[in-house]
Design a protein around this ligand. Structure first.
Ligand code: DGY
Length: 327
């Protein structure tokens, strides 16, 4: 008999086709996340699940899924998974690193340029038919070349984003909660590891790539904004709660920083009141990994991970490999 698996949101076909060969697949075909009640009901008889960020994978979830042999996250970030709880129950869990690194780093650059050169605001000027002709003092933005780029969290995506700055000759500084040095960035860009406080003070552009943990939640708050340059631009393609969003609105309103480009929000899909009316923000609906190729690669990686777990094998990108150790 084929094992029963649940896919909590429709993912690209290539992933479903891989699963179909070996599993009986139930897919949530609706264009919305499952409610908690629906999720807990549907996992009751499942051996495996591919889920998304909105699905909370915790003790209650595992209790509701007594036959579960593996969970594959369709995301690289895994703050939605209680990994120690999964490990305690010897249930392997996986994520989708690497395949979305380039796409997410590219989107951080798209936001950075869009804010610096006011792309969205000025596109609206043209569409409104109100442009009266070229003027020397019109629509001035900020330079990118030669300005300092600060990377908060120089993991895979932060490193890729920083490396893409090469052509813009930007001094690069980075901070890591682990304090670990990034040899690639130091060798390729002459980047230096600094404290978070120093990064906040020195950067012209700050790009967030740190994972969301209890320590990194609200890393950017009123105190941080007060230390930043008034000309600084903040880019977040990581996780929304890295920023205390109400404090960000205030900092933008009061001119404590100059602008923000956001792809993620503290309470998705909502965003703080005030963000949308500010001209110095560019706001995207969590699309860091949203290219055809990347989402397809995420689907095949998640499906392969799940199939491995159903064979009691260690998946390629396992978050708790200790589950496969003897004893
Ligand atoms: C992730 O993978 O963590 C993104 O936020 C969704 O692609």
């Amino acid at each position: 008999m084929k094992p029963k698996v649940l896919v909590t949101r429709m993912i690209p076909r290539a992933g479903i086709e891989l699963l179909d060969t070996y599993c009986e697949v139930e897919i949530n075909n609706e264009d919305r996340s499952l409610s908690r009640v629906e999720l807990l009901e549907k996992v009751r008889n499942k051996a495996g699940v591919i889920g998304v960020m909105a699905d909370r994978i915790d003790g209650e979830f595992f209790d509701a899924a007594p036959q579960l042999r593996g969970y594959a996250n369709y995301a690289v970030g895994y703050d939605n998974i209680d990994v120690p709880e999964a490990t305690k129950r010897r249930i392997p869990v996986s994520n989708t690193p690497d395949v979305l690194t380039g796409a997410t780093a590219e989107l951080a650059w798209a936001l950075l340029f869009a804010v610096a050169r006011r792309v969205v605001e000025l596109d609206a000027v043209m569409r409104s038919g109100q442009w009266s002709g070229w003027g020397p003092l019109q629509f001035l933005g900020a330079d990118v070349c030669g300005n300092t780029l600060g990377i908060v969290g120089a993991g895979r995506i932060g490193t890729a984003m920083a490396l893409m700055s090469k052509g813009f000759r930007m001094p690069v500084i980075y901070s890591n909660s682990s304090g670990r040095r990034n040899e690639v960035l130091e060798k390729e860009l002459g980047a230096s590891l600094v404290s978070f406080g120093e990064l906040s003070e020195r950067s012209d552009y700050v790009s967030l790539h740190a994972p969301l943990t209890p320590q990194s939640r609200h890393l950017f708050n009123t105190t941080t904004f007060a230390r930043m340059k008034k000309t600084a631009i903040l880019i977040n393609t990581g996780r929304g709660p890295l920023i205390k969003e109400d404090d960000l609105v205030q900092a933008l309103e009061n001119g404590q920083i100059s602008g923000a480009g956001l792809d993620v929000y503290e309470f998705e899909p909502r965003m703080a009141e005030g963000l949308a009316v500010l001209p110095n923000t560019v706001l995207l609906p969590h699309v860091g990994s949203a290219t055809e190729k990347t989402r397809t690669n995420m689907a095949t990686l998640a499906a392969r991970n799940l199939l491995a777990m159903l064979r009691d094998e260690r998946p390629g990108t396992c978050l708790n490999p200790e589950v496969f150790e003897q004893g």
